[in-house]
Design a binder for this molecule. Sequence first.
Ligand code: K2U
Ligand code: ZN
Length: 187
Amino acid sequence: MRAMSLRPILLHPDPRLKAVAKPVAQIDEGLRRLAQDMLDTMYDAPGIGLAAPQVGVMSRLIVMDCAKGDEPAQPMVLVNPEVTWTSEEKAPYEEGCLSIPEHFADVTRPREVEVRWTDLDGQSQTQRFDGLWAVCVQHEIDHLNGKLFIDYLGPIKRGMITRKMEKLKRDIARDGPAPKGHEAARL
Ligand code: K2U
Ligand code: ZN
C-alpha cells in the first residue's frame, strides 16, 4: 500500500496559475505517480477536481471525482483533455477554487460538454458530462489554459478577491498556514 503523498496547492495570484500548460508527451510511471498524488491532494483538501498547474506542474493533466457523498467514489484521470462539443443551453453555478480559498461567485457555462482525453492506459476516451461533472471538467480545463473562475467576473470583484488573496499570502508568509479544517482567528 503506497503512502499518500500530498502536494502543496498554489494560491492565486501566482504566474503558474495564469500560464498555458504543456501537452503530456508520454504516459509513464512519473505521470501515474503525479495523478495519484493529485487525487490524494484533492480528496484531502477536500475538493472534487484538481489540475496539475495547481500543484505547480505545467502539464495538461486533471483529476476529478464529483460523486456525491453517499455514492461510491468515482476518481477520473484525464490526460490532454479537450472539449469537443458544448450544449447551446447554459447554466449558472456558484464556483469556488482550491487556489482561491473561501471565495465563491456565480459562473455561467454550457450545461453539458463532450470531452476527449487519453486515459492512463494510453486509450483515447470521449464522454459527455452534465451537472456538477460538467461544471468541474470545464473549471479544470480552464486551469490548463491559465484561466481562473474569477476571470469571468467584472474587474471590480476580481480585483477585490485578488487583493484579499495577496493579504492572505502575506499573512501566511508571516504566520504560517492556518491550521487545516477550521477557521483560524487572524489577529
Ligand atoms: O479546481 C479546483 O480548484 C477544484 C474546484 C473544482 C470545482 C470548482 C467549482 C465547481 C465545481 C468544481 C473546487 O474547489 S473543489 C471544491 C468544491 C466542492 C464541491 C462543490 C464545488 C466545489
Ligand atoms: Zn480551481
